[in-house]
Design a binder for this molecule. Structure first.
Ligand SMILES: Cc1cc2nc3c(=O)[nH]c(=O)nc-3n(C[C@H](O)[C@H](O)[C@H](O)COP(=O)(O)OP(=O)(O)OC[C@H]3O[C@@H](n4cnc5c(N)ncnc54)[C@H](O)[C@@H]3O)c2cc1C
Ligand code: FES
Length: 401
């Protein structure tokens, strides 16, 4: 319907009319495009008045084309609005259940079905804007979940654990992360990335565990928010550890607040019955989190180290690992500050084993759009850490990523 001369003439009238036409395209009945579709299908409803105009043959042959830049934003908005809709109808009225009559509503209906399939398969909703033109093609849209803060436990002077009740079932791999948004105001504008420390399926939805270190605005808000507050949770996102290829004797290494993904991996390996050793380093004894739980999960094969020697072995975790290296180590799985990960990558190269490193590059969008988190790969190209990582094999990365 949108390519008929009347629709083009109407659309070409002004940029703002093009914008509002597209904005309403998924639901409205009072646009020429939808009205004509309704009419051609013989739908009995109130028909909008149509002005009788004469069209010359040259106008019919060359209908004016609306400005593509003006189309881009409203198309994306229309697609986004379509995604969360549970039941997309034709848009004739709120009770009409006829099949979608226009390309726009048909696309919205497909997007809604795709969203429900994604929720069922991955526990997260996303869609592609394929149906909405070249400008938006291939772009992922993910939808926040409204999670409720149900538990908080202080673990050290600067760190605490959070439990969030998410309404839908989540499936997460160790190493994946979620983007957490706090508050509805513009500040803080950006969501913040946090590694998944554990997920527990519940009767309704999922309990999501995060371990957080207070370093700035959002982490301070997370520490003081009252229980029962709503948070926006996007994810799980990114690529996690490849536990299936970890081999018979992997070694897990965590540094500071790099603990959450490594702890999650340890729980999974234990569940699979794989033996592993656990090295965990922090600046001082009180900053070593969840010591008893780690000892239980690692069945005693755990080495704690502190920079100041106040607990466990004295020294950096990478130095202690080098001294206690055991032949037969099949893979290193690690998360921590960049200097620690770079030292581990060098150690793994020296000993001829593969290392999987979970990077914590600062992120803004978390879905591969802003390119604020790119890392340099061994072949000289760059990859967004939020999409291709945050877990990379050491051999994939350049020496100074
Ligand atoms: C994939 C990923 C997983 C993460 N997992 C966890 C986690 O499980 N627990 C946790 O506590 N933190 C984690 N982080 C770091 C966390 O995202 C930041 O600490 C958080 O965004 C800080 O937000 P803020 O508003 O409190 O601090 P801001 O006010 O934004 O910043 C405060 C200070 O922290 C620094 N900072 C911010 N982000 C980072 C970062 N990624 N690395 C180093 N310094 C940073 C800033 O430069 C600034 O100096 C993770 C980061 C990534 C990328
Ligand atoms: S955070 Fe935006 S591309 Fe990775």
């Amino acid at each position: 319907a949108a390519t008929t001369p009347n629709a083009w003439r109407w659309a070409a009238g002004s940029t703002s009319r093009v914008a509002s036409w597209l904005k309403n395209a998924t639901t409205a009945t009072n646009t020429p495009a939808t009205a004509m579709a309704v009419e051609s299908r013989g739908h009995r409803g109130r028909q909008p008045k149509r002005r009788a105009t004469k069209t010359t043959s040259s106008q019919r042959a060359n209908p004016p084309r609306p400005n593509q830049r003006a189309l881009q934003l409203p198309q994306a908005r229309a697609a986004k609005r379509a995604l969360p809709a549970e039941g997309v109808t034709c848009g004739h009225s709120s009770t009409c259940r006829e099949a979608s009559p226009t390309p726009a509503t048909r696309a919205a209906s497909k997007a809604s079905k795709r969203r429900r399939r994604c929720m069922a398969r991955h526990g997260t909703a996303f869609g592609k804007l394929e149906a909405f033109g070249d400008n938006a093609r291939g772009m992922d849209i993910r939808v926040d979940q409204k999670a409720v803060l149900v538990g908080r436990q202080t673990l050290s002077p600067s760190c605490f654990a959070l439990e969030l009740a998410c309404p839908s079932p989540l499936q997460a791999e160790p190493g994946q992360f979620v983007m957490v948004g706090v508050g509805s105001a513009a500040d803080p504008l950006l969501r913040r990335p946090f590694s998944v420390a554990g997920v527990t399926p519940k009767e309704r939805g999922t309990a999501l565990q995060l371990l957080v270190k207070e370093v700035g605005k959002v982490t301070a808000m997370l520490r003081s928010l009252p229980l029962g507050s709503e948070l926006a949770v996007l994810g799980p996102l990114g690529r996690g550890f490849d536990l299936a290829s970890a081999g018979p004797r992997p070694v897990l290494v965590a540094g500071g607040i790099g603990l959450p993904p490594v702890l999650f991996a340890a729980r999974e390996l234990r569940r699979q019955g794989t033996e592993f050793a656990f090295f965990y380093g922090a600046s001082s004894g009180p900053e070593l989190l969840l010591r008893r739980e780690i000892e239980e999960i690692a069945a005693g094969r755990v080495v704690f180290c502190t920079d100041d020697g106040s607990f466990g072995e004295h020294g950096l975790v990478t130095e202690v690992l080098g001294k206690r290296w055991q032949e037969g180590t099949s893979r290193l799985l690690a998360c921590g500050p960049n200097p620690m990960l770079q030292a581990l990558a060098a150690l793994a190269r020296e000993r001829g084993v593969e290392a999987e490193l979970s990077l914590e590059e600062p992120m803004a969008c978390g879905v591969g759009v802003c390119l604020g988190c790119v890392v340099r790969l061994a072949d000289g190209t760059y990859a967004p850490s939020c999409q291709k990582g945050p877990v990379f094999r050491a051999t994939e990365l350049s020496e100074r990523w």
